[in-house]
Design a protein. Structure first.
Ligand code: PCA
Length: 218
């Protein structure tokens, strides 16, 4: 790997909740080693475990000092790429994580702020995805499980490092996962990979976000 290019750290998770695959890892690993807009993408798998994922994220950021941190996670049932606006300082696990931990109403970072907003240009990313025919939305909640935990930790790390921006995207089930659950939405892996690439290109090219209405009433 060329060492001089600024890095994009792109994370995905291992399977959880009885699944044998996690589309987030399948998608990010397809982009590992790719050069994009003068940056080099490094894909890393994080465990779907509260404690260990945080540990491994911190180590990777320390070692790599990426310019952009993008976390990706599965959100079964969502219908499109879901660009997260916010991460909150709480863990409230409906199911145990892959190490059996099930924290309820614990902070991600004790003493940290209640929430962080994404520092990636979420509206510009949304517009670019839609313009390229990839279904996408802004989401105002990343949940309270391991994905929100990692999204919060990424933004906490980014708040302390000048020049590092961070954000999180939730993605739907793959078609093969949805086929087992009558009626749930899915997105083909190739579309997810293309969407992540578009989102990253836009993040690189857009230091200041667009002002574009994408609010929700509910
Ligand atoms: N999705 C879970 C954790 C790992 C993943 O891919 C979540 O949304 O919290």
């Amino acid at each position: 790997m060329s060492s001089s290019l600024p890095r994009i750290l792109l994370t995905g998770f291992d399977p959880f909740g009885g699944e044998s695959v996690n589309p987030s890892w399948e998608a990010v690993r397809a982009l590992h080693g790719k050069r994009l807009g003068g940056h080099l993408i490094v894909a890393q798998q994080l465990p779907t475990e509260f404690a260990r994922s945080l540990h491994e994220l911190k180590a990777a950021v320390r070692e790599m000092a990426p310019a952009i941190l993008l976390g990706v996670g599965q959100a079964g049932g969502r219908q499109q790429l879901s660009i997260e606006r916010v991460a909150i300082n709480v863990q409230d696990a409906r199911i145990p994580d892959n190490a059996g931990a099930q924290p309820v109403d614990e902070p991600v970072i004790a003493g940290g702020p209640a929430a962080y907003f994404s520092t990636l240009p979420i509206k510009a990313m949304l517009a670019a995805l839609q313009a390229h025919g990839v279904p996408a939305e802004i989401s105002n909640s990343a949940g309270t499980y391991v994905c929100n935990h990692i999204a919060y930790a990424m933004l906490h790390l980014a708040a302390k490092r000048r020049g590092m921006r961070a954000g999180f995207i939730h993605i739907p089930y793959l078609p093969a996962q949805a086929a087992k659950r009558h009626g749930l939405a899915s997105m083909a892996l190739a579309d997810v990979v293309r969407g992540l690439e578009i989102a990253l290109r836009t993040a690189i090219a857009t230091p200041l976000d667009d002002k574009l209405g994408a609010g929700k009433l509910d």
